[in-house]
Ligand binder design. Structure first.
Ligand code: URA
Length: 466
């Protein structure tokens, strides 16, 4: 038996280094015991063990989605996660295509672990509350939180971004974080009694909550769904809800302007927070079978946004929009139109891959109205942060999401549409439509038309940003 001791329960880098060496030496998964510190000591009494000393390994590569999956799954509290990941790594070395085999039980189990971790990360962001304590050098904010998994380090950046100007500590049973306004320090675990009693600091959350509250988007039902009633009593911002709703219409324009100014100043942080929130989205059922949320991609200070339909098989695995076959066509057309994709923001109307499993293949399935509607929440938030002058809907699903009604491409194409938030919307075909055309001549003609549409929107961008 080889025994590997890791010093942290979420120590992906050490796990990866050791796993790489063991895999190079072809050590079978059932010959390795992974432990935290010396935790397995007693269990190993009487078993012949050696501490792993394996020669430096020749580098070998694994598919990028596996690394992303492993980095997340390793934060799970399941004790078998290290060995499960190692066993899967060994198989993946021999058959890299395994990472796409949605029917593989081991891969499914790892994905289920990763999904639970993402949810736990989201819960901590939504439900952690600070209490104020007076220190010698002013106020500090302290929160006690008990996560289900080892997510505290992964979440640290989020709290630093959101509460950068406060001095705070987050205490948990395994680890504590301490931010002094400039530097983040990590300390040992704590107990509940180490944290102050008393009411949560309402102002911190109220300020945050009312700054993201946008009355133009007021949907009470959706709001209640986002914030289930059982949490209301512990959450100071809920006291604001009736007042916000009551005064919403009257204050609409002032608040929208204020929130725009706020968002403009914090766009990068707001976008990062959004993306993180979306990674745990359960607004419709599509999250259950997809690998991950595929959020928008690209710089956020750009005047042009493209909206596709939904991620495809490859996008679902890579976590980025338009990287598969439709993405190749899209890239070619952009190039011919003289548009640098790196200067645009690319996203989808629906953020999870919807598919039908046929054997080992996942066949794209069109999102329905309810799914498009559920996901509009995210795209509207993306538009709020990015505020593109021009948004281009690629295909009918994107057009429906952008315009809030069903339209045909034939009728909506070739004209500017005024959007609710004042931006300009354009509609054209989806690149995968071009891929489906069998007749060569027709395909070339449609491609050229697509390029013409793109040139036209680029001219609009130039005119609007002059
Ligand atoms: N099709 C889309 O609409 N979006 C993608 O990201 C990929 C394919």
């Amino acid at each position: 038996m080889q025994v590997v001791s890791l010093s942290q329960p979420d120590d992906f880098d050490s796990w990866r280094d050791v796993a790489r060496k063991l895999a190079t030496a072809e050590v079978p998964a059932d010959h390795v015991i992974w432990q935290m510190g010396n935790e397995a000591g007693d269990l190993l009494a009487g078993v012949a063990t050696e501490v792993t000393e394996v020669a430096e390994s020749a580098p070998f590569s694994v598919p990028r989605p596996f690394l992303d999956l492993a980095r997340t799954a390793i934060c799970h509290s399941d004790r078998e996660r290290f060995s499960l990941l190692y066993a899967f790594l060994l198989r993946l070395r021999r058959a890299p295509e395994l990472i796409q085999d949605r029917t593989d039980p081991m891969l499914r189990r790892l994905e289920a672990l990763a999904k639970e971790v993402r949810r736990d990360i989201h819960k901590m962001r939504a439900f952690l509350r600070f209490r104020e304590v007076d220190g010698e050098d002013g106020a500090r904010f302290v929160a006690w939180y008990e996560p289900d998994h080892h997510i505290v380090r992964s979440n640290a950046g989020f709290f630093v971004n959101r509460f950068a100007s406060m001095r705070w500590s987050i205490l948990t049973p395994d680890v504590s974080l301490d931010w002094d306004g400039a530097m983040l320090r990590e300390g040992p675990g704590a107990i509940r009694a180490d944290a102050p009693e008393g009411d949560p600091v309402e102002e911190v959350w109220k300020t945050y909550y009312s700054s993201i509250f946008n009355p133009a988007r007021l949907k009470v039902g959706a709001m209640l769904k986002e914030m289930p009633r059982k949490y209301w009593k512990n959450m100071p911002e809920t006291a604001l809800v009736p007042a916000l709703i009551a005064g919403a219409r009257a204050r609409e324009s002032a608040m929208v302007d204020a929130s725009r100014a706020e968002i403009g100043a914090n766009a990068a942080g707001a976008w990062e927070a959004l993306r993180e929130e979306a990674s745990a989205c359960t607004r419709c059922h599509l999250y259950k079978h997809a690998t991950q949320t595929v959020f928008g991609d690209g710089p956020i200070d750009v005047p042009l946004m493209f909206v596709g339909e939904q991620p495809g098989d490859q996008e679902d695995l890579a976590g980025k929009p338009f990287v598969g076959p439709a993405g190749q066509v899209f890239n070619q057309a952009l190039e011919q139109a003289g548009i640098d994709r790196a200067r645009t923001y690319v996203t989808n109307a629906v953020k999870h891959f919807k598919f039908e499993q046929r054997g080992k293949r996942r066949i794209h399935s069109k999102p329905n109205g309810a799914e498009i509607e559920a996901c509009r929440w995210w795209i509207e938030q993306e538009r709020d942060v990015i505020r593109p002058q021009v948004t281009v809907a690629l295909g009918a699903t994107a057009a429906r999401s952008m315009l809030g009604k069903v339209v045909t491409i034939g009728a909506a194409r070739g004209q500017a549409h005024r959007l609710e938030d004042g931006g300009e919307g354009w509609v054209t075909v989806h690149p995968s439509f071009l891929l489906r055309i069998q007749d060569r001549e027709q395909a070339d003609a449609e491609f050229a038309r697509f390029v013409e549409d793109l040139k036209r929107v680029w001219d609009r961008v130039a005119a609007l940003t002059r």
